[in-house]
Design a protein around this ligand. Structure first.
Ligand SMILES: O=P(O)(O)OC[C@H]1O[C@H](OP(=O)(O)OP(=O)(O)O)[C@H](O)[C@@H]1O
Ligand SMILES: Nc1ncnc2[nH]cnc12
Length: 174
């Protein structure tokens, strides 16, 4: 197993952001280092090794940073799940709760064909509300969900409980 401690070392804890009581995992110092950006994208691709992926779905907004790079590496298309009101075409929508708030996300109805093999990518799994909403949207398009991959998993929040049991991967755990 590859050593990802350099990624972990470059992630900064910000106390009480965006709300009191939240310890925010700030990935910006990691992203700004070219070799760590490359290593993080490689780590995501490793989570899908040996799998044919038609579409990588990235979740607004930090999921986009990794999602399109991973899609290019895997030879897949990229599909964004966006916060409400940003996608111009016909959408499916779902509301959900996350560690520090509530939101509604949407996906374009024609972005994934029935049966296409999908990998969902996001920076962080906390309570699992956001990822569970993404799973529902992907399933609403009758896609074949191959896996869900995160850079960071906050294990103490048990986000996996809300997700399908198979093929959930995280690269760094707290
Ligand atoms: O597991 P959960 O409790 O649902 O939390 C995880 C989500 O929270 C953050 O997104 P945020 O909505 O803050 O969006 P951003 O990427 O635009 O900062 C993060 O990028 C995940 O998508
Ligand atoms: N603690 C946290 N740090 C960064 N992003 C998050 N999204 C949800 N919880 C988070």
């Amino acid at each position: 197993m590859q050593d990802y401690s350099a990624l972990r070392d470059a992630i900064r804890d910000v106390v009480d952001f965006p709300k009191e009581g939240i310890i925010f995992k700030d990935i910006m110092p990691m992203l700004a280092q070219p070799e760590l950006l490359k290593l993080s994208v490689q780590a995501f691709c490793e989570t899908a090794a040996g799998q044919k992926i038609d579409k990588v779905v990235g979740i607004d907004a930090r999921g986009f940073i990794f999602g399109s790079a991973v899609a290019m590496e895997l030879g897949a298309g990229f599909v964004p799940i966006r916060k409400k009101g940003k996608l111009p075409w016909m959408t499916n929508a779902i509301s959900y709760s996350l560690e520090y708030g509530e939101a509604t996300v949407e996906i374009h109805q024609d972005s994934i064909k029935p049966g296409e093999r999908v990998l969902i990518v996001d920076d962080l799994l906390a309570t699992g509300g956001t990822a569970a909403a993404a799973v529902s949207l992907v399933q609403s398009l009758d896609a074949d969900l191959v896996g869900i991959s995160f850079l960071i998993e906050l294990e103490f929040l048990n986000g996996r409980q809300l997700l399908p049991t198979k093929n959930i991967h995280s690269i760094i755990q707290y």
